[in-house]
Design a protein around this ligand. Structure first.
Ligand SMILES: *[C@@H]1O[C@H](CO)[C@@H](O)[C@H](O)[C@H]1NC(C)=O
Ligand SMILES: *[C@@H]1O[C@H](CO)[C@@H](O)[C@H](O)[C@H]1NC(C)=O
Length: 311
């Protein structure tokens, strides 16, 4: 009888551990891989180190916690991050991957896809689809708890990710693998116009940023990614079938947030007391719109470069 304990003992004493573990995973359908989720740490990291993103903090904490509570989830967790560059989308996706596995983002079970690297040519969509399906299927056979991160979805040739539709839905067994424990994160700037407009209107109306609700943005983002030809989800069945668990908006950042980014990075470099540099970095960013100059046009993206300039 294969039990988790016997696998651990084998792993401890035997150099052929890997082979046994793989066999165990295949047979038992309950393989943990290197899966050591720490929701508390994820929540803490999100609240402490992500600035100005109350929606992302709430949605990611809640959805991940809910998903991991279920021993046999009915469908995978599918999150789609949207917002302008420098607002923290990649940071949050790294935190998510980083608090799920023992070896964090270098875990072999966190898979990152970058269109310009993996899927650069629009005329090779058919090839890419076959490749992507083979990869995801292979990765899920190795570890049902795999995480797939698709960066720069605005540069993904339309049609490629549609091949994942059967993996994302609530169907029971597809291609004879349990794929419902997987986590997918899609990242794009698509939808930034509507997010930035709603945030600006909210500000002009004198309301708190934290009063912005997901319900004000969710449908508009879904429609925009579906309608926009510069979107990996252009006319995608994944959107039509409503297979995205949640759209996660990242709001444009103010000078206050940029300065918090600068302070935190300075501290990491051992320069916590350099308020002058914080101030200089905040003052050197460009802000929009012309009337009001409320939001940093590059979020926190240029902060490390500016710190080097002023330190
Ligand atoms: C898993 O996905 C990666 C791409 O991230 C691919 O290179 C690799 O071959 C896949 N593994 C399996 C077992 O299919
Ligand atoms: C998307 O397209 C549909 C149908 O053409 C239209 O009704 C809707 O307003 C569009 N939405 C956006 C946000 O462009």
């Amino acid at each position: 009888m294969w039990t988790t304990l016997s696998v651990f003992i084998l792993c401890f004493f035997s150099p052929v551990c890997c082979v046994f573990q793989k066999l165990y995973c295949t047979l038992s359908d309950s393989c943990d891989c290197d899966f050591k989720p720490n929701i508390r740490d994820l929540e803490w990291d999100l609240y402490k180190n992500v600035y100005g993103q109350h929606l992302a903090q709430e949605i990611v904490s809640e959805e991940v916690a809910r998903f991991l509570q279920e021993k046999n989830p009915e469908r995978p967790l599918v999150l789609s991050f949207h917002g302008s560059s420098g607002t923290g989308k990649t940071l949050v996706s790294s935190m998510l991957g980083g608090h799920l596995y023992g070896s964090a983002m270098s875990s072999p079970y966190v898979h990152q896809f970058i269109p310009t690297l993996h899927f650069p040519l629009a005329n090779r969509v058919d090839e890419y689809r076959t490749e992507l399906k083979t990869w995801v299927q292979g990765n899920l056979t190795e570890c049902a708890r795999s995480v797939f991160i698709f960066d720069e979805m605005e540069l993904m040739p339309p049609g490629v990710v549609d091949v994942l539709e059967p993996f994302l839905g609530p169907f029971h067994v597809v291609f004879s693998t349990n794929y419902r424990k997987a986590i997918y994160v899609f990242i794009s700037t698509t939808g930034e116009e509507v997010i930035n407009r709603v945030t600006l209107e909210n500000r002009q109306a004198g309301r708190d940023r934290e009063e912005i609700r997901l319900s004000e943005l969710q449908d508009a983002i879904a429609q925009t990614v579906y309608n926009s030809s510069h979107s990996g989800f252009f006319q995608s069945s994944i959107i039509q079938q409503k297979l995205i668990t949640a759209f996660v908006p990242f709001l444009p950042l103010t000078r206050l947030h940029v300065e918090r980014c600068a302070r935190s990075q300075l501290c990491q470099q051992g320069h916590c007391q350099r308020a002058d540099v914080v101030e200089a970095v905040g003052g050197d960013m460009s802000y929009s719109p012309t009337q009001g100059r409320f939001f940093s046009t590059t979020g926190c993206k240029a902060v490390p470069a500016k710190i080097n300039l002023f330190l």
